[in-house]
Design a protein around this ligand. Structure first.
Ligand code: ZN
Length: 501
């Protein structure tokens, strides 16, 4: 049925173009746009969102998909074409349930919310942000009601992790929490200190920028396929597999922040850049599982980026960039510093052990908001109380608490759990990588990331949206998502650094 499938492909390619154009507007909004562009940009994004939504939910697309049903059934289920039709149908059916007006309103409120959040965070003023956040929650609840879901959080989670239920996410995060709380307590109780003062000092932004560009090139991100810019909240977005946008932030008093943000976002970029080019301009070309996405970013940031062998090669590069600050600091001291475990306020700067408690706290609060157990206006208090319980710290102000993340400002509820579930998947993949690449430490110590990248491309990246986390793990380790390998990895790390756990 060449003509019908060809017709479908053309429509899907246009939908992809609109989505990538929207991503580019959003990237520009956060990196380049002068502040005055905000209101107009919110409208531009809402318009693109509406057009895309109308095309995706259209009767014509539905008719094409219906006509293609016999063709789809005649294909092997794992072929690209069968996956294309299946995923297009899923997107179409999801879009049909949501009125275009609501979709546009959500996009508009997200853009407005983000502008309000930037100002509210700068002045640590939650009240200023409250009406925007209330609006986002209200809209997301209306969105959720469009689906007849078992739990109102299910449709929100499904937008970030297709097919995963709230019950599954809760179960995995409970298991993680049960494994991590005692580990953090053991570190705190041991009283064993790690000196990380070498990471704080004088690190001029332009030298950080030069260093991070050098690092990104070696990761290896191919020349001519990426750019790196500065933003308030680091992120990565792909305009194409050969047009990857990475952002980080430069804190002149703290070297680790920008460095690990780069590794994290570069992990996302390697993933998007590794998708099979044949899937470009189809819905299969945009990985949509944030669990898989985060497994890739967190793996590069942590399993690789906090690994002694990795720094064997890269630490001298860092030292050359900052000879005054680091010339007299040896590799072992630097490596221990980047593995320090200590409860802290900011999620993105958190060590890899306590990080998960930051995420679990947010997930639990999101559930309470969506279930109507918690009022948005009570969020700061609920945050601070839970923070005390999990991390043992008194939150000094909302900028260091409930206002720190961009996600809720743009209506992204359901996103947070994917960070920690992604961590769990990174643990499973890391064990598989260790077994498959016995010389990995040696390669990392020589700055050779090629074999690791090839493994990831072969087993994860190239499939794009074709495989879910379960599909990837089934092929690689023959198991569903499990938290044990990741907990094993964390326990080993804590034992190595602190001698406890
Ligand atoms: Zn990420």
């Amino acid at each position: 049925m060449p003509s019908v499938i060809e017709d479908l492909r053309i429509r899907l390619a246009e939908l992809e173009d609109l989505e990538r154009a929207r991503s580019l507007l959003a990237w520009d909004e956060r990196t380049m746009m002068p502040q005055g562009g905000g209101p107009a940009r919110s409208e531009q994004i809402a318009t693109l969102e509406r057009i895309r939504h109308e095309m995706l939910a259209s009767d014509e697309l539905g008719r094409l998909l219906e006509e293609l049903r016999p063709h789809e059934e005649s294909l092997p289920a794992d072929s690209d074409e069968a996956a294309l039709i299946r995923i297009a149908r899923r997107d179409h059916e999801k879009a049909r349930r949501v009125p275009a007006d609501l979709k546009a309103e959500i996009a508009r409120a997200a853009s407005r919310g983000e502008h309000a959040w930037l100002e509210a965070r700068a002045s640590a003023d939650f009240e200023e942000f409250l009406p925007y956040l209330e609006r986002n929650v209200e809209l997301k609840l209306r969105y959720s009601e469009c689906f007849e879901a078992e739990h109102p959080y299910d449709p929100l989670l499904d937008d970030y992790e297709p097919g995963m239920t709230t019950a599954e996410a809760s179960q995995l995060l409970e298991e993680l929490k049960a494994g991590i709380m005692p580990l953090v307590a053991a570190v705190v109780e041991s009283g064993n200190g790690v000196d990380d003062s070498c990471l704080y000092g004088d690190f001029p932004a332009e030298r950080q920028e030069r260093l991070l560009h050098e690092l990104a090139r070696e990761l290896p991100l191919p020349p001519g396929t990426w750019r790196l810019d500065a933003t308030a909240h680091p992120f990565q977005t792909a305009i194409a597999t050969t047009d990857l946008r990475i952002t980080t932030r430069y804190d002149e008093r703290n070297l680790a922040g920008g460095l690990f943000a780069l590794l994290h976002e570069a992990g996302h970029a390697l993933y998007e850049g590794g998708v099979d080019p044949a899937l470009e301009r189809t819905p299969l070309g945009s990985p949509d599982s944030l669990v898989l996405h985060e497994s890739q970013s967190r793996l590069l940031e942590n399993q690789v980026g906090r690994n002694a062998a990795f720094w064997w090669h890269f630490y001298p590069v860092v030292q050359r960039a900052f000879p005054e600050a680091l010339g007299g600091v040896d590799l072992r001291t630097f490596h221990r510093a980047v593995n320090k475990v200590r409860p802290s306020f900011i999620r993105v700067g958190a060590d890899e052990v306590t990080y998960n408690l930051h995420v679990i706290l947010r997930f639990e609060l999101e559930l309470e908001l969506v279930e109507g157990v918690l009022a948005v206006s009570d969020l700061p208090e609920a945050w601070n109380e839970r923070f005390r319980g999990y991390l043992g710290l008194e939150v000094p102000d909302d900028a260091n608490g409930v206002l720190q993340d961009v996600h809720w400002s743009e209506g992204s509820f359901g996103y947070f759990p994917t960070y920690s579930i992604g961590n769990a998947v990174s643990g499973q993949l890391w064990e598989a990588i260790r077994a498959a690449l016995p010389d990995l430490d040696d390669e990392l110590a020589h700055g050779e990331l090629g074999p690791l990248r090839e493994w990831l491309r072969e087993h994860v990246h190239r499939f794009g949206r074709k495989l879910s986390p379960a599909g990837v793990l089934e092929r690689v380790v023959g198991e569903p998502i499990r938290v044990d390998p990741y907990l094993r990895y964390l326990r080993e790390k804590v034992k190595e650094t602190y001698g406890v756990g």
